[in-house]
Design a protein around this ligand. Structure first.
Ligand SMILES: [Fe+2]
Ligand SMILES: [Fe+2]
Length: 296
């Protein structure tokens, strides 16, 4: 069913990757940041919502860890090291640094959602069954690959925009260090998902269930399946200019799952549910803007 990847991903390779990430990228320290903002009003007007969104989502890493423990209680050492020693410590600093930037711009602090949803708790209960656990694990890795890829694209684009504005301190001491850490997260999830498919951990019926669940539950990074956040991420897409090529963005974000879940669908460029989620978010944002204009 799935394509055989070009390179065999061994558990050892994943473990070495995790170790390297920990050594190369210590969490960003708050006192390493240069808080100079040349034109705070302009930055706030153009990108205030982008920074708000990113700060909140990064700070929600603590809930992501609780979800992980709820869904996948039997993690191996590599996965434990990754989330406890690399991923969480790095992401929480991204959140803290960005949250302080938000406040330096005169905006209210982020209000992260830290409660594990009922849906996840139910899934967690079901996932005690081994076959379900494996499906949940693959979906978890695919979600990680997709959301980290979105992070990579977003920080790249945001960094370019800040450099264009001449905001070198924000670019060089906040966004560049964050941006350096995201590709390693993506690579971890990408390799982990690939290894599962390559080693045929899932039987065909489990892959089928994974596809159905993925199609039904796909959402963009940080929306928590809530309308307000879905519109917010639509605003981030528009503010950073991604709305000009949603198909291209879908291709980038969906590359891993297109290869691992949908290889049998010859010629599928990306799974349609990704483009649908993107369109929905941009539409919700535009509707909200129009409503706002009407009220004003
Ligand atoms: Fe991050
Ligand atoms: Fe990340």
């Amino acid at each position: 069913m799935a394509t055989v990847p070009r390179q065999h991903i061994t558990q050892r390779k994943i473990a070495e990757h995790v170790q390297r990430l920990g050594e190369l990228y210590p969490p960003i320290r708050l006192d390493s940041v240069d808080r100079t903002i040349k034109r705070p009003d302009l930055v706030a007007r153009k990108f205030g919502h982008v920074i708000d969104y990113l700060a909140r989502v990064e700070l929600e890493v603590d809930r992501n860890v609780l979800e992980l423990l709820c869904l996948l209680p039997d993690l191996d050492d590599t996965n434990k090291t990754f989330y406890a020693d690399v991923w969480q410590p790095q992401e929480i600093q991204h959140g803290l640094v960005l949250d302080r930037l938000t406040q330096d711009l005169g905006r209210p602090p982020a209000t992260p959602h830290l409660e594990v949803s009922f849906g996840i708790k139910i899934l967690g209960a079901l996932a005690t069954l081994k076959p379900v656990q494996d499906i949940a694990r693959l979906l978890y890795f695919l979600t990680g690959a997709s959301t980290e890829r979105q992070a990579v694209l977003t920080y790249n684009q945001f960094n370019d925009a800040l450099k264009e504005l001449g905001e070198t301190a924000i670019s060089e001491t906040i966004i560049t260090p964050i941006k350096q850490q995201e590709p390693g997260h993506f690579a971890f999830y990408q390799m982990s998902a690939t290894a599962m498919v390559q080693d045929k951990v899932l039987k065909p019926w489990q892959l089928f269930v994974a596809r159905v669940l993925r199609e039904r539950s796909y959402h963009l990074v940080g929306t928590n399946s809530m309308k307000q956040y879905t519109a917010d991420v639509g605003g981030v897409m528009v503010d950073l200019g991604f709305d000009a090529d949603l198909q291209g963005y879908s291709r980038e974000v969906g590359r891993v799952e297109t290869r691992l879940l949908w290889a049998h669908k010859q010629g599928m460029d990306f799974p349609p549910y990704i483009l649908k989620a993107l369109r929905e978010s941009v539409d919700l944002y535009r509707e909200r803007l129009e409503r706002g204009l009407k009220l004003a």
